[in-house]
Design a protein. Structure first.
Lengths: 337, 429
């Protein structure tokens, strides 16, 4: 595969469609059509680019991506960085303490002005304060991808999860998906619930009441405190990380007691549908979120999720950084090189 | 001499609601009657306008001393005059806080030259830390008219109990910002469906009601008075109503934003809608309106809280709480309460005049009603004037309002303080 091939395959996958927004700040602002477009482009990267063994196709040569991480991250940041580099873009990582935007006596306006002046093409932004990527996106020219904001959304995770579910089960519609764990603090759940509702999956949330947000049923989900009841017959079992770093300790007595009631182990998994898949956004607390046995079982698709994460981010960068009018021109340029 | 002719004079305390003229001379009201002849007097033709006792805002943050970048006593007074208020009462959370006579004396001295009447409150505890009582008797002596640790509620119930006992001796009022900080758990908005949607930490209703229960029970047990400020929740009203029925000396106020906006105003991470207590959901807003109508709530205060752009236009979690209120209160009351038929005009004016005056004991000094010979503090409202809220026209240094762009009907057109016209036709003189 070369750049020309990739461009052709992407163009054919896009079939004349474009994202309705310059940003991906959450699942909420994306239409179903947007998500289907992202899925179709992801498929090109997953099935053709990644297996081709090519590590670099300079589709985005000369473009720049800033990964702004105001909260610790290894997986998501690495995934974005790999995706950017694989497409030939210059990627810059900035990690900072979460509140330093504020501590520097800057308003968000000032930050946005600085980002605009850098003329980056895309900013991926992770921030501990919900809403910050949306606020920044409104004020800057570059595309903004929300790489996780507080307890709100983590849209690229949900996109890769949807891709994985469709890849494994053919569809999301009508599937029974059980999400177990700390729903309250989980932006992964925030985005996953939204995307699965858009695709008409049936969602069951299993958690102690201290880990469920207020009025969460209004998303159109069912809540359970008894995980054994929730998992019965489920097609997808999605375990969240108990976020010790977000002081989960105040919400449950002990991890030991939590794991007894909510850990996905083989005995519980047997109550799910026979071909149920087990998912987790990582990093996994073994024997708390998932038992080792479940992790190693053929039903676990956790590693596939990581690969799909790369594919989704490759697709998003190609879709967001290449505005429609530039598409043809840019291919000619890169083709010449 | 100043003659306000043919206005609809509403004076709730004296049960007056009639077409009357008011004559002012040497800063005092000299006559109120049907027809007044006053040759040579300056004349305000108030036909079609409402003249009422000067409005009182019992809860403002003047920011001086310490945060003059946000507001000064001068700009706050101008904002008050612009908004139709003749009297403002400053909260003590300045920098330094008003836990000593010096700050009180400073504020009152600066207030003497201000456009409107400036009063202030002192801290309940030293540095508002909630541990040791401030020198309450001395603060009273210096001119504080009530005590509050607004914004930093007294955490320790024993400290609160002692403060109430001590204030009972002094015949002084404690104004309580009732919030249980443990239950509030650093929430940044109302806990509900909207906070869940936005992924923001919520403050539940119970963080307010647990604190109000505590404060009512403490006041009841020592027989002291207590005032609960900026009430925002349904169950808070139930608690206050029940306490009043059994004879507890409790009063309460709410703010225009609690009957004008719901937590949906935060959608889009609008920092201007971040306030403490937070904007609540629709059922609470409906309850606040019922409380205003039923008499459970005794006053409307603004909790005027000016901030700079740097305090506000940062990440939602890091944005300061509070909104300016002095220059939007009257049209919000007129539009959302009077025109919406939640309460009548007489009741609305009561909540802004004699209501707060009685709570603070200012009625004994003639505030909140008209009487012959008393200083002429008069607010004139045009009930039909329409306007759009434009923060650029504010006299306050704060531009932080969630009401910008809102079309409202019923604006103040004259503010007269001690016989001086300080605001005319919507412009501060």
């Amino acid at each position: 595969m070369n750049v020309e091939d990739l461009h052709k395959r992407l163009t054919s996958a896009m079939a004349g469609r474009y994202l309705s927004s310059k940003d991906v700040t959450g699942i909420d602002p994306l239409s179903r059509t947007d998500i289907e477009l992202i899925m179709d482009c992801t498929r090109v990267f997953k099935l053709e680019f990644i297996p081709s063994g090519e590590k670099k196709l300079p589709l985005l040569q000369g473009r720049s991506i800033i990964n702004f991480f105001f909260e610790p991250s290894t997986r998501t940041r690495t995934s974005f960085e790999l995706a950017g580099k694989a497409l030939g873009a210059d990627t810059i990582n900035i990690s900072a303490d979460s509140s330093s935007m504020n501590k520097k006596n800057e308003t968000l306006n000032d930050t946005a002005r600085t980002l605009n002046a850098m003329h980056a093409d895309c900013i991926t932004l992770r921030h501990s304060s919900a809403g910050t990527p949306m606020m920044i996106a409104r004020m800057i020219k570059a595309a903004v991808i929300n790489a996780g904001d507080g307890m709100h959304e983590h849209p690229t995770q949900a996109l890769l999860d949807l891709y994985t579910i469709i890849e494994k089960r053919g569809r999301a519609e009508g599937l029974d998906v059980v999400i177990v764990g700390d729903i309250l603090h989980s932006r992964v759940a925030g985005s996953l619930i939204r995307i699965l509702r858009k695709f008409n999956a049936n969602i069951r949330l299993a958690a102690p009441p201290t880990m469920l947000p207020a009025y969460v049923e209004r998303f159109g989900v069912k809540t359970y405190h008894d995980f054994d009841e929730a998992i019965a017959g489920a097609d997808v079992v999605y375990a969240l990380r108990v976020q010790l770093e977000r002081s989960a300790a105040a919400f449950i007595p002990t991890l030991r007691e939590y794991s007894k009631r909510f850990c996905v182990n083989m005995a519980r998994l047997r109550q799910a549908a026979e071909d149920a898949i087990v998912m987790h956004p990582g990093p996994i607390n073994r024997e708390v979120d998932l038992s080792s046995e479940v992790m190693e079982s053929r039903q676990s698709v956790v590693e596939e999720q990581v690969t799909n994460g790369l594919a989704v981010r490759l697709a998003l960068l190609s879709l967001l950084i290449r505005p429609r009018e530039d598409l043809a021109k840019q291919t000619r340029l890169t083709g010449r090189g | 001499m100043l003659l306000i002719s043919n206005s609809r004079v509403i004076d709730p305390k004296n049960r007056v609601d009639d077409r009357l003229s008011i004559l002012v001379d040497k800063g005092r009201i000299v006559k109120i009657s049907k027809r007044i002849k006053a040759d040579g007097a300056e004349r305000i033709n108030a036909n079609g306008l409402i003249a009422c006792p000067g409005l009182i805002d019992m809860h403002v943050h003047m920011r001086e001393p310490g945060r003059e970048d946000k507001e000064t006593i001068d700009t706050c007074s101008r904002a008050a005059a612009h908004g139709g208020f003749c009297t403002i009462v400053g909260m003590p959370n300045t920098s330094p806080v008003a836990d000593n006579q010096t700050v009180i004396s400073h504020v009152l001295a600066r207030g003497k030259n201000a456009l409107v009447n400036v009063h202030c409150t002192g801290c309940i505890t030293k540095q508002s830390l909630g541990q040791e009582l401030a020198e309450l008797a001395d603060l009273k002596g210096a001119g504080a008219i009530a005590f509050s640790d607004d914004g930093r509620p007294v955490r320790n119930p024993l400290t609160m109990r002692r403060a109430l006992e001590y204030c009972k001796m002094l015949e002084m009022l404690i104004i309580s910002h009732s919030e249980d900080l443990e239950l509030a758990d650093n929430g940044v908005m109302h806990e509900g469906w909207v906070s869940t949607m936005l992924g923001l930490r919520g403050k539940p209703e119970v963080a307010e009601t647990v604190a109000i229960s505590r404060d009512i029970l403490l006041a009841e047990s020592v027989g002291a008075r207590i005032h609960i400020t900026h009430v925002s929740c349904k169950n808070s009203l139930n608690l206050i109503s029940a306490a009043k029925k059994r004879g507890v000396k409790v009063t309460a106020d709410t703010c225009p934003h609690y009957f004008s906006l719901t937590d949906e105003a935060v959608i889009g991470y609008n920092q201007n809608a971040k306030v403490n207590p937070p904007l609540r959901s629709a059922e609470h807003v409906a309850a606040i309106k019922r409380g205003l109508a039923s008499g459970v709530i005794d006053a409307i205060a603004t909790d005027h809280a000016p901030h700079t752009a740097l305090d506000k236009f940062v990440e939602f979690d890091n944005a300061e709480s509070g909104m300016v209120g002095l220059e939007t209160a009257v049209p919000l009351v007129m539009t959302n309460l009077v025109a919406a038929r939640v309460i009548n005009l007489r009741r609305a004016i009561e909540l802004l005049t004699i209501g707060p005056a009685r709570i603070l004991g200012l009625d004994k000094l003639g505030y909140g009603s008209f009487s012959i010979g008393a200083p002429a503090d008069i607010t004139i409202i045009d009930p039909n004037k329409e306007g759009v809220v434009n923060p650029e026209e504010f006299e306050s240094k704060g531009r932080n309002t969630p009401f910008a762009g809102m079309e409202l009907r019923g604006w103040p057109v004259y503010t007269i303080v001690k016989g001086e016209v300080v605001m005319r036709d919507g412009r501060v003189v």
